[in-house]
Design a protein around this ligand. Structure first.
Ligand code: ATP
Ligand code: MG
Length: 560
């Protein structure tokens, strides 16, 4: 979207105000903080288009920071896939690829600092007791009996936690804040727990790991982040975000106190966005993998044929709000079609073939016809397609007893074969069951290229492939993975698997024009009068191409 048409939203407004109050635009510094425990989905795209977008718009910087504070589920392969996806959308973090784990030593130091200033203590309550003491909203919590443990003792225990002397769950380090706070997050939250798990970057160096709330704000401060943009569920964590920054020495030599701002996460209709559940789909082999074209992941969308431009346009179009809502999947598909219409190469493929023999065509004669690659883009050029005595058309394009307003092929009705000739049907051949097996037709040799020789008009244009030149291929037709509109909000006690769409994948054998044998994944295609497709990089072989249906054409009559 051009700069001037970008809608004003509250984050843009906040940054504009900060700039008006003296923040140099190029000092705007954001970060995108994915946890490498899964692949990115379209919701993450909303977040990072904003993070990188706000920095770019102002000439500032955006860091990529992996939030790797939970070693249980984090893996290097997810780090790599996240980087690939962010790059795919055209964003770059330069040399600022950071990890929360880069700061483990610093963070540990801040934790000791809190202990020494009497603002943190090692607590011996069991996880169950911890919860019970914390209380519930509207009812104050109870002080842990270890709250006033002497500083020296806490410090000693914390050091021994680090040294690996204790078991998981035996001790936690807690901030000493306010057990009466109406905000449960302020009731002496845990800041370090024991976890005897190898970490994908630090290996066995650590057996205690900082909690997200403690790590995130301090990492932001260390990196000089000005605007820390996150989703609404973190709103109640914001006082804690500020508390850790204000009660440690992290700001000692720094100028900008980072500020957290929250926006509503993206929920898409018929789409499940929770990473944990997506992980389950993969683990239980309900889908192929994280990049299954039915997944809401960026890798899935890439394979399916969505374009970066379409996704970015979608993320800008939905805007930002402060309340959660459900975005219509149709809007995303609209953005995809809008871009594909501009960039997709037009091709012909027949899905339900009906053979046609051209009576007045010489046996063995082949005509190489010119076909425009993209009427929306002259620079896409043209290609040659072979035409011969036998062709295939779609069964649905012929009606023996046409209803009114049926402008496609019927006995004695003339149609245009796309890029080829005017054609008339002379005879219908049937098998013993009365099923149509073949049509005998004639073409007008003076209508080459599909141009009328004498000004007479035909109403219908149909696509076709040459029987002697076409190739077989596989088309994968996708529908929504789920049948329920609001997958982020399931009925009490129900499982997401109850809402799986049994028809989310249909595999069809199709006939393709020869140029499609060269189709490359990454190149959007439109199979004329059918849908947008893209060759699948993983499933295609030199012998057999596999095409993923990206999205239907808006008014495709073949949709039904
Ligand atoms: P999930 O809830 O799917 O497990 P997450 O929020 O835990 O995702 P992170 O890797 O921590 O996953 O997310 C990185 C960033 O992306 C965070 O700032 C988070 O707020 C943001 N984000 C995650 N999901 C969405 C969403 N649906 N819409 C907008 N932003 C999102
Ligand atoms: Mg998260």
């Amino acid at each position: 979207m051009p700069e001037e048409t970008k809608p004003m939203h509250f984050i843009r407004q906040i940054i504009a105000n900060d700039i008006a109050n003296g923040l140099p635009p190029e000092a705007v510094h954001t970060r995108f903080p994915p946890e490498p425990n899964g692949c990115l989905h379209i919701g993450h795209a909303k977040a990072f288009c904003l993070d990188f977008g706000m920095a770019l718009e102002n000439g500032g910087l955006c860091n990529l920071r992996f939030d790797d504070t939970n070693p249980d589920k984090e893996e290097t392969r997810f780090v790599d896939s996240i980087k690939e996806d962010v790059h795919w959308l055209g964003f770059d973090w330069g040399d600022r690829e950071f990890y929360a784990s880069n700061y483990f030593e610093l963070l540990y130091g801040f934790a000791e600092e809190l202990i020494m200033s009497g603002k943190a203590y090692v607590c011996t309550l069991s996880p169950e007791e911890f919860k019970e003491y914390r209380g519930v909203p509207g009812k104050p919590g109870k002080h842990s009996p270890w709250r006033d443990r002497p500083i020296e003792e806490s410090l000693d225990l914390f050091r021994r936690m680090r040294a690996g002397e204790f078991d998981e769950g035996q001790y936690v380090l807690r901030a000493k804040i306010d057990m009466d706070s109406p905000n449960l997050h302020m009731r002496d939250p845990a800041i370090y727990r024991i976890k005897k798990a190898g970490h994908h970057r630090t290996g066995d160096k650590w057996c205690i790991y900082p909690m997200y709330d403690f790590a995130h704000c301090l990492c932001d401060a260390i990196e000089g982040i000005t605007h820390s943009l996150c989703t609404l569920e973190f709103e109640v964590h914001r006082p804690l975000y500020d508390w850790f920054i204000d009660n440690t020495s992290v700001m000692k030599n720094l100028k900008v106190h980072p500020r957290q701002y929250e926006f509503a996460r993206l929920n898409l209709s018929y789409t499940m966005m929770s990473k944990r559940k997506l992980q389950q789909l993969v683990a239980e082999k309900i889908v192929d993998n994280w990049d299954d074209p039915r997944m809401p992941t960026l890798s899935g969308m890439r394979r399916r044929g969505y374009t970066p431009a379409a996704i970015k346009n979608f993320c800008e179009t939905i805007g930002l709000t402060k309340y959660n809502s459900l975005t219509d999947l149709a809007l995303l598909e609209h953005c995809v079609r809008q871009d594909l219409n501009k960039v997709a190469l037009r091709r012909m493929a027949v899905f339900n073939p009906l053979e046609v023999e051209i009576e007045n065509w010489e046996d063995g004669k082949v005509d190489m016809l010119d076909a425009v690659n993209n009427p929306e883009d002259e620079s896409a050029g043209s290609r040659k397609i072979p035409f011969g005595k036998r062709i295939f058309i779609e069964r649905a394009d012929f009606e023996e007893n046409p209803p009114k307003k049926f402008f496609r092929l019927s006995p004695n009705n003339e149609v245009r074969l796309r890029y080829a000739y005017f054609m008339k049907c002379k005879e219908v051949l049937k098998d013993s069951d009365g099923r149509i097996v073949k049509l005998i037709c004639t073409i007008d040799p003076d209508s080459r290229g599909g141009n009328s020789p004498d000004g007479r008009k035909v109403k219908g244009t149909i696509h076709w492939v040459s029987a002697d030149h076409c190739a077989k291929a596989e088309a994968r037709l996708y529908e929504n993975l789920f049948t329920r509109e609001d997958m982020g909000n399931l009925p009490e006690g129900s499982d997401f698997k109850e809402f799986l769409n049994p028809n989310s994948l249909e595999i069809k054998e199709i006939l393709i024009e020869p140029s499609l044998l060269e189709a490359k994944s990454g190149q959007p295609l439109q199979f004329e009068r059918n849908a947008y497709f893209m060759a699948d990089a993983k499933l295609s072989s030199p012998e057999r191409k596999v095409f993923n249906r990206t999205v239907t054409l808006k008014d495709s009559y073949q949709k039904a």
